[in-house]
Ligand binder design. Structure first.
Ligand SMILES: Cc1cc2nc3c(=O)[nH]c(=O)nc-3n(C[C@H](O)[C@H](O)[C@H](O)COP(=O)(O)OP(=O)(O)OC[C@H]3O[C@@H](n4cnc5c(N)ncnc54)[C@H](O)[C@@H]3O)c2cc1C
Length: 443
């Protein structure tokens, strides 16, 4: 097939958002009898899953302090459930296990989950939490200072590449063309519209462009001459001037090389994904030294794809010049080091007796990656030119498989109330999302 000179819809990025949008847009066009998948081209400079979607540990949860995020997640979980087998989705549930400083926030999350019909249980009190964990999940649970447990009965995790290839297959079966190895170098604009996508192999004229570039969001932001810094009105009406539009965080994740079977629950089955945040002092499982007496958090799950117990800890802000490429495990800068390994394996031992003395099983292979975050750390889903939709998920997004479906509806003329709280104008209007007491920027 020759290199295309024009396409009605060009989608940049073959990650979870680009592929989900491609598939759902193809279906919308067909259903509305205004086109088909043959009108859609997906391009990626590398390959399907070459970005954050291909290294995401795949956790899918509803646990968000922000009502708008929760509604969006409930929508996405329903999509994961539609084709669980095809996407490699494991609906094992998710647990937010917290110390007292997060108790009230999580109680509110649970209350609102009940209101939107999202199944979850809430356990309160130190003794009750310990009992619940030991009797229902892990007999060797021993984490300290835990006063609430939110047990989401839906959600879990999915196998990252399986879900991406499933989406790609679905899109292609609707007639979408996916072209990899094509790097976008610029966007030609006229007035407030993108007229062509410039690539190393030639220009592609288009009527509409959708950008789902994950950690590369900033380079597309620059191609569209959008501002590096913006003014933000907070919820009290104060104006914060010249706030950086983009901040990079380093995500720290890794795998303990034990058999996933070693991590099963009391009944011998896959346990829910565990996320714990606590202010209990964390001591080294190697030498007993104090690692931190400040709030810390980790998440983990047995994962046959990663070959062990896979998880991570709170990310860190990357200062100074950031090289996004080479990305992921090929990056010389953004893979985890010994500090993460020490902390995370010790935290596992803090949570469950079975991980005491297991730190030496840590798999020493490159892991972790970079995420591009917006000023309030929440997504922006919006048209930044008349015919250019930007999916700026602020690194929340593998779990958000349903965003592409909502965006496909918007592009074909149906505004989506679920997306309204995620417009760029919220920064100027002072309509920010509420902020939780979690140590993670994505809760
Ligand atoms: C280590 C790590 C763990 C994570 N774990 C989770 C998790 O458990 N759950 C969760 O929900 N989220 C998780 N996330 C976040 C999630 O992975 C991202 O939010 C999401 O995958 C972003 O998807 P995307 O489609 O926007 O971008 P990506 O998947 O990054 O895809 C963007 C694509 O754009 C292409 N591209 C970039 N520039 C160009 C160009 N110039 N021309 C052409 N193509 C280009 C890239 O090659 C890439 O394939 C994690 C992120 C990281 C880094």
């Amino acid at each position: 097939m020759s290199f295309p000179a024009n396409y009605k819809y060009v989608i940049i990025g073959a990650g979870i958002h680009g592929l989900s949008t491609a598939y759902h847009l193809a279906k919308e066009l067909k259903q509305k009898k205004v086109g088909s998948g043959k009108d859609i081209l997906v391009i990626d400079k590398a390959a399907i899953g070459a970005g954050a979607s291909g290294i995401a540990c795949g956790i899918i949860r509803n646990n968000y302090f922000q009502p708008a995020m929760r509604e969006l997640m409930a929508h996405s979980v329903a999509l994961w459930e539609e084709d669980a087998k095809g996407y490699g989705y494991h609906p094992i549930g998710y647990m937010q296990i917290s110390c007292e400083s997060m108790h009230a926030d999580v109680a509110e999350i649970h209350k609102q989950q009940q209101e939107i019909g999202y199944d979850s249980l809430f356990i309160e009190g130190e003794k009750e939490c310990l009992k619940y964990m030991r009797e229902n999940i892990f007999h060797d649970w021993q984490a300290k200072n835990i006063t609430s447990v939110l047990h989401e009965l839906k959600g879990g995790y999915a196998h990252n590449t399986k879900s991406l290839y499933r989406l790609a297959d679905k899109a292609e079966s609707e007639g979408v063309r996916i072209l990899t190895g094509v790097k976008v170098t610029g966007l030609k604009t006229d007035n407030n519209s993108v007229t062509a996508v410039e690539t190393q192999k030639g220009n592609i004229k288009c009527d509409y462009v959708i950008i789902g570039a994950g950690p590369w969001a900033k380079s597309f932001w620059n191609m569209l001459d959008l501002p590096d810094q913006i003014d933000i009105k907070d919820n009290d009406g104060n104006i914060h001037k010249n706030v950086d539009m983009w901040t990079y965080w380093g995500l720290v994740e890794g795998t303990l090389g034990v058999s996933p079977d070693y991590a099963m629950n009391n009944a011998g089955n896959m346990p829910p994904v565990i996320h714990i945040d606590t202010d209990a002092p964390l001591y080294s499982s190697e030498d007993g030294s104090l690692i931190t007496d400040k709030m810390w958090g980790i998440y983990y799950k047995p994962d046959f794809h990663f070959g062990g117990v896979q998880g991570g800890a709170a990310p860190y802000i990357v200062k100074g010049e950031v090289r996004v490429d080479p990305y992921g495990i090929d990056s010389p800068d953004f893979v985890v080091g010994p500090d993460f390994v020490h902390m995370w394996t010790s935290a596992l031992a803090h949570c469950q007796k079975r991980y005491e003395n297991k730190y030496q099983n840590y798999k020493n292979e490159p892991s972790g990656g970079l995420g591009a975050f917006t000023p309030d750390n929440f997504p922006v889903f919006d048209t930044m030119k008349d015919n250019c939709y930007m999916i700026l998920d602020s690194n929340h997004g593998y779990k958000m498989i349903g965003i592409g479906k909502l965006i496909a509806k918007e592009i074909t003329g149906e505004k989506q109330s679920l997306l309204k709280p995620f417009r760029f104008e919220r920064y100027a209007k002072g309509e920010l999302h509420p902020v939780s007491n979690s140590p993670f920027p994505w809760s």
